[in-house]
Design a protein around this ligand. Sequence first.
Ligand code: FPP
Ligand code: MG
Length: 234
Amino acid sequence: GKLLRPALVLLSAGMVEKRERAPEHALLRLATAVELIHSASLVHDDIIDGEPLRRGEPTLNRRYGDHTAVLVGDLLYARSFALLTSLELPRWEQHREIFHLFCETTQAMCLGEIREQQVLESGSRVGFEEYLNILRNKTAVLMSACCRGAAIACAAAPQLAATLAEFGLSFGMAFQLLDDAADRDAPVENGWDLRAAAQAHLERAHGLLAGLAAGPSRTELEAACELILAAAAP
Ligand code: FPP
Ligand code: MG
């Protein structure tokens, strides 16, 4: 994997003034936890989709069967939440906020995936707004939580936390739109230009960054926008 979500955590933390920084070990645990949540969701997604391959390797469901793969996904998910309880942040409220954030996030991911399954199983296609809502839940909300979670861990000002969360949301929308455009499997009505929609989200993400302090982390976040665009080039 590209470890995009841990990168979002660490780079978002880099956007917060140094004096407010969380301890390094807390950020690394948070970065690890988000990758584990993502991995758990992919293990379950591959079972649902009946995928034989992920990143060029046989999937867990292919290798060990669906039953074991479900349990491995659950294990990864449990490990991620165990890590979230061990961040050792300065204030208890930060723990509560981060835990609440990731509970809401994984709930949204499940709801997005459930809705997508309903649509796929009905053999129908949804309108663009509903399609975007599915993407928001299944993908963008986690990327947003990576950015907001880092901001909370670093005790960022509420306005900066909100801007970083919005950046993650637009970044995540663009990411999944580009993925769907490449896979050509989106259950959305015909006639919508997914790449153009992704571009619009990336421009919004760039615009949000432009309002924040310049520096190496902002440059890297801008580069991440270019990276997902280049990786999805037709
Ligand atoms: C990939 O979609 C799947 C997701 C982005 C989210 C999957 C979410 C769940 C299974 C629910 C949440 C579960 C846990 C354990 C938190 P895709 O099939 O479009 O992408 P792909 O081409 O990479 O498979
Ligand atoms: Mg899939």
